[in-house]
Design a protein around this ligand. Structure first.
Ligand SMILES: Cc1ncc(COP(=O)(O)O)c(C=O)c1O
Length: 363
C-alpha cells in the first residue's frame, strides 16, 4: 500500500498535506557545527542540568508530570498572571492548538508569506484558506498590503515577529493597531525569537482578549530537545485552548529545566547579548565587506544569497558545517544560518573565504 493510495477515509486536508521531512535526514548532526535549525549553540545551563538531575534522583520519572509553579514562573517572566499562560509541547504545539481552535474548512487566515512553515501546514490540515500577503522585495513587512488583506474580515490573523526564515520584524504599534481595530478576530503573534529582539506584545494580553502570543524555550533557553513552548492570552482563551491539549503533553524534565532557567534569566540575557552584540555583528561585517547579498533580520540568524547557494551549502557541509538551504519562493537560492559561537563563526568565515563563487553582484 502506498501512502497516496491509503484505503481509509483520511480527511482530504491530511491526505493532501506534505509530510515534514527534515533537511539532512539520516545524518548524525552531532558531528557537525549545527547552524541549520536556529537552535542555541550553547548547551543547557548548569542550573537546568542540576535541577533535572536532582529531579531524576529525588522523584524519578514514574509519575505523570505535575505542572505546579511553571505557569506562574512563565507568567512572571512575561509580566502577566499565571492564568494567562498555557504551557505546550514546543511552540509548534502552541501553533497547532491556536490555529485549530479558530480554523475549520474554508475559513480564511491572513499571514505574510513565506511564513514559518508550520503555520501553513496546520492551516492546510484544517482545510483553511491562507490569504497570503507576500513580503516586500527587500523582505520588509508589507504593512499597507497586509491592511488591505484585512478589509474582508478573516477568521484569524497571524503575525510572526520576527519571521523565520526572512528575519522580518513588525512594528509593535502596527500589531496593536491590528488587534485593536479587529476586536472580533483572534490575532496570533509568534514571538519565538523574543529574547533576541527584546520586543513583545505579551503584556497587551491583559488589555485585549483577541491577542494570543506564542513563545518557546527552544531558542535562547537552549531547550529545543526538551520541547517546551507556551501561549500567552486572556485566561478565558487559555481555558478553551487547554481543552484541546492532552493533560500531560509537557514533560516533567522540561518543566524543571525551564523553572531553573527562569530563576537565572540574567544568564540568558548574557548569552543573547553575546549573540546579538558581538557574534551577529561579526557575521554582518563579514558579508557586507565581501559584497555578498544577505538580510540580517531581527533574530539570531541571517539569510544569505551567495552567487551559487547550492555549492556553498555543499562546501560548508564538507567542512563540517550545516546551514539551511531555503527553497520557498521567492527565497530560492538563499541559505539561512544561525549564529554559532565566535569560534564556530570564525571557522565558517574561513571556509567561506576560500570559495571563489561566494559573491553575488547584486541583492
Ligand atoms: C517562528 C518560529 N515559531 C515557532 C517555532 C517552533 O519552535 P519550537 O516548536 O521548537 O518551540 C520556530 C522554530 O524554528 C520558529 O522559527
Amino acid at each position: 500500500m502506498t501512502a497516496a493510495a491509503a484505503p481509509l477515509k483520511i480527511r482530504s486536508g491530511v491526505r493532501e498535506a506534505a509530510p515534514y521531512v527534515p533537511d539532512w535526514l539520516g545524518l548524525d548532526r552531532h558531528n557537525y557545527v549545527r547552524l541549520d535549525r536556529n537552535e542555541a549553540t550553547r548547551p543547557l545551563s548548569p542550573h537546568a542540568i542540576e535541577a533535572v538531575t536532582n529531579h531524576l534522583h529525588d522523584r524519578g520519572m514514574h509519575s505523570y508530570p505535575d505542572g505546579e509553579g511553571l505557569t506562574d514562573a512563565i507568567g512572571q517572566y512575561c509580566g502577566v498572571p499565571g492564568g494567562h499562560i498555557l504551557a505546550t509541547n514546543g511552540s509548534d504545539q502552541a501553533i497547532d492548538l491556536c490555529l485549530r481552535a479558530f480554523l475549520g474548512p474554508g475559513d480564511t487566515v491572513v499571514m505574510a508569506r513565506p511564513e514559518f512553515p508550520v503555520f501553513g501546514h496546520v492551516a492546510a490540515l484544517a482545510e483553511a484558506v491562507v490569504r497570503g500577503v507576500p513580503y516586500n522585495d527587500d523582505l520588509t513587512f508589507p504593512y499597507e498590503r497586509f491592511e488591505r488583506a484585512l478589509e474582508r474580515t478573516p477568521k484569524l490573523i497571524v503575525l510572526i515577529n520576527p519571521n523565520n526564515p526572512t528575519g522580518t520584524h513588525i512594528d509593535l504599534a502596527f500589531i496593536e493597531q491590528v488587534v485593536r481595530t479587529h476586536p472580533d478576530v483572534p490575532v496570533i503573534v509568534d514571538e519565538a525569537y523574543f529574547e533576541f529582539t527584546g520586543r513583545t506584545v505579551a503584556p497587551l494580553t491583559a488589555k485585549y482578549d483577541n491577542l494570543l502570543v506564542i513563545r518557546t524555550f527552544s531558542k535562547a533557553f537552549a531547550m529545543a530537545g526538551m520541547r517546551l513552548g507556551y501561549v500567552v492570552a486572556h485566561p478565558g482563551v487559555i481555558t478553551q485552548l487547554a481543552k484541546m491539549r492532552n493533560p500531560f503533553d509537557v514533560n516533567s524534565l522540561a518543566m524543571v529545566a525551564a523553572k531553573a532557567q527562569l530563576a537565572h534569566v540574567d544568564e540568558i540575557r548574557a548569552y543573547v547579548d553575546e549573540v546579538m552584540l558581538a557574534i551577529k555583528p561579526s557575521a554582518v561585517n563579514f558579508f557586507s565587506e565581501r559584497g555578498v547579498a544577505f538580510w540580517p533580520g531581527a533574530a539570531n540568524f541571517v539569510l544569505v544569497r551567495p552567487s551559487n547557494c547550492q555549492a556553498v551549502v555543499v562546501e560548508l557541509k564538507a567542512a563540517g558545517i550545516l546551514v539551511r538551504p531555503i527553497t520557498a519562493t521567492p527565497l530560492a537560492g538563499t541559505f539561512r544560518m544561525s549564529m554559532g559561537t565566535q569560534e564556530e563563526m570564525t571557522r565558517v568565515f574561513d571556509v567561506l573565504d576560500g570559495l571563489s563563487f561566494l559573491r553575488k553582484a547584486e541583492a
